[in-house]
Design a protein around this ligand. Structure first.
Ligand code: G4P
Length: 533
């Protein structure tokens, strides 16, 4: 039986939780791997259901159709399932680079990340970007090198590339035997086992053989001589040249263990899951003001890291995804919504079991629950049992692209405002209302987000919209004493707008302007990020 905890002092229900995300470049195999996790987690009966379910969902809206056409996943969700003694909470990250802000926030809700790379392609651009985000938070990272059933790169090359490009120590947890057509399976370096792949049935692993070191005579029967010789040589070299697994270094984010496998053949997946249990962290301490929150505290607390609107177009609901930071939550509990100081009875929270949404009767620190609401809950909000704690570190980034937006039908301007406010609260775009004049300016991080926005406004609100070129290209939040900010706004009216929280934003097209403000208005500070609160 696996050891379920690195911290025996935690309540067992908390120490068995592993909350993580998968980061990868599109096409590396994230969906396939997720599906196999769910299969082994008993959450689905048959591989293929995640995709099949996706298809069914997609037929419901053009927005999803767009997701399908582009082959990208723009909406994130959470899934819970059990494996061995562990409760895994997998938080899905949108893979496309245009959605990096959403991804960043998602990564504030997890304790570890699984990095999937394609054995033929190595570290790709999107993997690198997401890795950098994980590094900012020193998240522990476990690596899965996928598609070993295809021709892939030399094992040492792959490891070298990760070490060099990502500046992290890599330690092999398994070692592949052969590759492509000759790929037989892996030598499990941590447990001295041979794992053989079954090519006939993609949902089973052929054989797991406990051996007694690489000199075990049984190997001569199981592996062709040439491959066996190569395996012995390579493993010996690996042991000499590569660092040994150091669980502490993994937890600190300085070392990543790598497993080799083939998600589509279900190969290497269980070993990876064992690894997440053994070397991935239990729920961590959460940074907050005025004090940190420890997962084992008796009192319940949690924070909103994502809001998804209209998950079910028929109900026009919004679901706030809440990461539980401490305590043992039970359905029906009254929590305090710290931003408004109002009590909220959480009577119908949902747990995202992979099979479907289900009412959550209880949740522990580390879990993700969904709270349906009518807009009270915003990204960055903290819920507690009364204490005025505010979780920190969930940023909002200044958009990099700005455009004016108008309703196709001018009489629908009010409707448009409502739609835009909702998307702003959901975090799908920044919305600015200029101090002078009418209309709105929307800001996004990537071009594709404009299209998603237009498509969703049309689908969900029946409002065709038009984008117009904006005279501005940059946005900065204006910080400072209230009087100073107001005075600044009065003297720079043409540049001023308000975001959906009513905060003052300075819009411009010139870096020169930003420099000038810094020089001429020492009482205010322009920033490219704002902490959500
Ligand atoms: P993503 O979510 O990271 O974008 O990747 P996804 O799982 O959708 O996988 C991308 C493609 O790679 C899929 O093929 C999938 O079947 C294939 N794939 C995943 N794991 C493996 C593996 O271990 N070995 C091999 N050979 N292929 C793998 P596709 O043709 O795009 O889709 P499909 O028609 O197979 O569904």
């Amino acid at each position: 039986m696996l050891d379920t905890t690195n911290r025996p002092d935690l309540p067992p229900e908390i120490s068995r939780r592993r909350t993580f995300a998968i980061i990868s470049h599109p096409d590396a195999g994230k969906t396939t791997l997720t599906e196999k996790f769910l299969l082994y987690g008993g959450a689905i009966q048959m591989a293929g259901q995640v995709r099949a379910k996706g298809e069914a969902r997609r037929t419901r809206s053009d927005f999803m159709q767009m997701e399908k056409d582009r082959g990208i996943s723009v909406s994130a969700s959470a899934m819970s399932f059990d494996f061995n003694n562990f409760r895994f909470n997998l938080v899905d990250t949108p893979g496309h680079s245009d959605f990096s802000e959403d991804t960043y926030r998602t990564l504030t809700a997890v304790d570890a990340a699984v990095m999937v790379i394609d054995g033929a392609k190595g570290v790709e651009s999107q993997t690198q970007k997401l890795f950098e985000v994980c590094r900012l938070r020193d998240l522990p990272i476990l690596t899965f090198c996928n598609k070993m059933d295809r021709d892939s790169r030399d094992t040492f090359d792959i490891i070298d590339e990760i070490q060099e490009n990502l500046a992290i120590d890599v330690t092999p947890a398994s070692w592949p035997i052969g590759m492509g057509r000759d790929f037989l399976g892996c030598y499990d370096m941590l447990n001295d086992r041979l794992e053989l792949m079954d090519r006939a049935d993609r949902n089973v692993v052929a054989e797991s053989v406990k051996i007694d070191g690489l000199e075990d005579p049984r190997l001569d029967v199981l592996i062709p001589a040439e491959l066996l010789e190569q395996l012995r040589e390579e493993v010996e070299m690996a042991k000499e040249l590569l660092p040994r697994l150091d669980p502490q270094a993994v937890l600190e984010g300085h070392m990543t263990p790598i497993w080799f496998g083939s998600a589509i053949n279900s190969f290497g997946v269980k070993e990876l899951m064992d690894g997440i249990g053994s070397y991935g962290p239990e729920p961590q301490v959460q940074s907050a003001q005025p004090r940190e929150i420890a997962p084992e505290e008796n009192k319940v607390s949690g924070f909103v890291f994502k809001v998804q609107a209209n998950m079910d177009p028929k109900h026009r609901d919004r679901v706030a995804f809440v990461r539980m930071a401490s305590g043992h939550f039970k359905r029906g509990m009254k929590l305090t919504h710290v931003r408004t100081k109002k009590p909220m009875a959480i009577s119908n929270p949902v747990l995202f079991l992979a099979s479907d949404r289900e009412l959550a009767e209880e949740a522990w620190a580390g879990d993700i629950i969904g709270i349906p609401n009518h807009g009270q809950l915003r990204i960055g909000d903290t819920l507690t049992e009364g204490e005025a704690l505010r979780v920190t570190g969930i940023p909002s980034f200044a958009p990099e692209l700005l455009q004016g937006i108008r309703a196709g039908d001018p009489l629908k301007a009010k409707h448009l405002e409502k739609a835009l406010m909702q998307f702003a609260e959901e975090g799908a775009a920044k919305v600015f209302k200029p101090m002078i004049g009418s209309g709105f300016i929307v800001g996004v991080v990537g071009q594709l987000q404009f299209e998603v926005l237009a498509s969703r406004i049309e689908m969900e609100y029946g409002l065709p919209v038009r984008f117009e070129q904006s005279q501005f290209t940059s946005a900065r939040w204006v910080n400072g004493e209230r009087q100073a900010v107001e005075k600044f706004a009065e003297t720079n009216k043409q540049h001023i707008s308000y975001d959906h929280d009513g905060d003052v934003v300075y819009l411009t097209r010139l870096q020169w302007d930003i420099d000038r403000v810094e020089r001429d208005f020492p009482d205010v500070k322009l920033t490219a990020t704002k902490e959500m609160m």
